[in-house]
Design a protein around this ligand. Structure first.
Ligand SMILES: Nc1ncnc2c1ncn2[C@@H]1O[C@H](COP(=O)(O)OP(=O)(O)OP(=O)(O)O)[C@@H](O)[C@H]1O
Ligand SMILES: [Mg+2]
Length: 241
């Protein structure tokens, strides 16, 4: 795969970040209220070890994205235990919560979530700015990240000028910009053909192997799930490993 390897190692030196451990017990979450109440998670139990790669599958509407957004600190869990490296997320507020989202978690969304008016390089620089990386270091890091995902020659392209697979690789580079210890990918190959999917998965594998981050991939695709050494299925509000 182009660019994987040395560049990333340089990026993570001198102190590779490793992975975060996730512990979930009796996690419940519902949307709406009263007659419109919709229980989605009904007591999820799941342990993910530091550096683990796990695929989360289950029918549409089962709550996979909900679970991912709880683990990523995008939504607050309502009942049960949700700890990342021992820290209960529902207790985090304000700066501590945004710090957790910015420093610990990398999120790859199904629909890329790139800023359309910015080029690939600028999307990465924006993410680095939000993580507090100084201007000069940002430029160097953005170049390294683009190299890492094999898109150095597309740095000046805006998302609309990139293929779906290329946009997803920029989105992965962006999720990795701050060297997260927990990488959450929601259907990262959902819109891609087989070849582009394989490249994205190779990339995620290589990055995880080198950075040691914990990787959770939500997918409907059995071939994508099969690549993870560990699989869990979410159905009827519960996880079955
Ligand atoms: N913000 C919300 N408000 C109300 N209901 C929601 C909200 N987000 C999700 N839901 C509902 O919660 C359920 C779980 O949604 P979720 O997106 O977690 O499912 P999913 O397993 O990711 O599905 P898919 O495989 O289709 O992406 C669905 O029935 C959905 O309609
Ligand atoms: Mg979903």
């Amino acid at each position: 795969m182009p660019g994987a390897g040395r560049g990333w190692r340089r990026l993570t030196d001198p102190d590779p970040p490793g992975g975060a451990a996730v512990r979930i017990r009796g996690l419940e979450h519902e949307y709406g209220r009263g007659a419109r109440r919709l229980p989605v998670l009904r007591g999820v139990d799941l342990d993910i070890e530091a550096g683990d790669h796990i695929a989360l599958t289950g029918p549409s509407g089962a709550g996979k994205s909900t679970l991912l957004s709880l683990v990523g600190g995008l939504e607050r869990s309502q009942r049960g235990e949700l700890r990342v490296d021992g820290q209960e997320l529902s207790r985090l507020r304000g700066d501590a919560l945004s710090g957790y989202r910015r420093r610990t978690v990398g999120f790859v969304f199904q629909h890329f979530g790139l800023v359309q008016v910015l080029t690939a390089r600028e999307n990465l620089e924006l993410a680095l700015t939000l993580s507090g990386v100084p201007r000069r270091a940002r430029t160097v890091r953005a170049e390294m990240l683009l190299d890492q995902v094999g898109l150095r020659d597309r740095a000046g392209h805006r998302p609309a000028q990139l293929s779906g697979g290329e946009q997803q690789r920029v989105a992965i580079a962006r999720a990795l910009a701050h060297r997260p210890r927990l990488l959450l990918a929601d259907e990262p190959t959902g819109n891609l053909d087989e070849e582009a999917s394989a490249r994205v998965l190779d990339l995620l594998d290589a990055l995880r192997a080198e950075s040691g981050c914990t990787l959770v991939v939500v997918t409907h695709n059995p071939a994508v799930a099969a690549r993870a050494p560990r699989r869990a299925r979410l159905a009827a509000g519960l996880v079955r490993a």
